[in-house]
Design a protein around this ligand. Structure first.
Ligand SMILES: NC(=O)c1ccc[n+]([C@@H]2O[C@H](COP(=O)([O-])OP(=O)(O)OC[C@H]3O[C@@H](n4cnc5c(N)ncnc54)[C@H](OP(=O)(O)O)[C@@H]3O)[C@@H](O)[C@H]2O)c1
Length: 305
């Protein structure tokens, strides 16, 4: 039998040093030729350069985890946050449309105000309360306006082995301090960058590379680990997991003080309810999303090994 002559797809990945960018480099590698660029190689604050780069590389798939993620700093760096999170995704979308390529982009629970009772579905009304949330919503809207074939995954409470996150902060503080106070009235699901990256690769492989593209279910999907907790419950899981792995902690995980959001004021407001209903993603793409605790235990194995 003759070997099948297939062209290897080119995938452009932005923000290669971010939590998610790092994991995407791993998960997308079996799908084709991955060109992963950091800020120096692909600066989202420079739209003309983005256009030139995409036209030169002609990727079959653009995967854009790069973002302005400094939520509090965004309150004062409004135009930079909007350029990176609002304008740049629109530029990628326009270029993807011109090439007939797929755009995969990531958004956030911060597009919601967090006042809903129960988990947010994709069609719920958006109402971002922070500059970061507004800038991410602008990115979603620019993609929709372009008419490009795009997947936008809204996720929440992301943690990866590469980069900074709440789990790593708790590990550091738990070793240094004998008491900790953590917010217990915001709800969400800690979601590992590895899970988001693996789900991205599965969907792109099964539904874009190996299925009929005219039936491709483009759109906005909620992608988060199963279950829910608070930052306090999350801290408890991380520190109990660390203690079980022999880490010497100053703090007793059972004695972490639960505090309300009002006791820890920050420049940018956070949604009290970050619960994302993932039913549409699970049903459309036949994807199983494991419990958040499973992801955090894997993460601890990686971080502490
Ligand atoms: N982290 C969360 O809890 C969370 C929650 C919901 C949604 N999300 C979304 O999920 C996606 C991935 O987040 P993440 O946690 O992986 O973020 P991250 O770890 O902060 O990584 C963001 C990456 O974007 C890069 N970046 C920033 N400005 C850039 C620019 N002008 N040009 C090119 N790259 C630039 C950063 O580069 P440097 O390394 O040079 O700074 C960094 O590598 C983002 O879209 C984010 O909005 C994140």
């Amino acid at each position: 039998m003759q070997p099948k002559a297939t062209r290897i797809p080119t995938l452009l990945v932005t923000g290669s040093n971010g939590q998610l960018g790092f994991e995407l480099r791993r998960s997308l590698a079996p799908l084709g030729h991955v060109i992963a660029l950091d800020r120096a190689g692909c600066d989202l604050a420079r739209p003309d350069e983005l256009r030139r780069l995409v036209r030169e590389l002609r990727p079959d798939i653009i995967v854009n985890p790069a973002a302005y993620t400094a939520v509090d700093k965004a309150e004062t760096e409004t135009s930079l946050a909007h350029a990176i999170n609002g304008t740049a995704p629109g530029v990628f979308a326009e270029e993807a449309k011109a090439l007939g390529s797929l755009l995969v982009h990531y958004s956030t629970d911060y597009v919601f105000d967090g006042r809903k009772v129960g988990a947010y579905v994709e069609s719920d009304a958006v109402n971002p309360q922070s500059v970061y949330g507004k800038s991410k919503l602008a990115g979603e809207r620019a993609i929709a306006a372009s008419g490009a074939t795009a997947l936008v995954f809204r996720t929440c409470w992301v943690a990866g082995a590469h980069g900074g996150n709440f789990a790593k902060t708790m590990l550091k503080l738990g070793r240094e301090r004998d008491s900790l106070r953590v917010i217990a009235d915001q709800f969400g699901a800690p979601t590992t960058a590895a899970l988001i990256a693996d789900v991205t690769a599965q969907i792109v492989s099964r539904h874009w590379l190996h299925d009929r593209r005219d039936a491709f279910p483009a759109g906005v999907y909620h992608l988060a680990a199963a279950g829910e907790t608070t930052w306090h419950g999350y801290a408890n899981e991380v520190l109990r997991g660390a203690a079980a792995r022999g880490v010497e902690l100053k703090v007793d995980p059972a004695l972490i003080e639960a505090i309300p959001t009002t006791a820890y004021p920050l420049p940018a407001p956070r949604p009290a309810n970050s619960r994302l209903n993932t039913g549409m993603l699970r049903e459309t793409f036949d994807i199983h999303l494991p419990d958040w605790q499973q992801g955090i235990q894997f993460l601890l194995d990686q971080i502490l090994s």
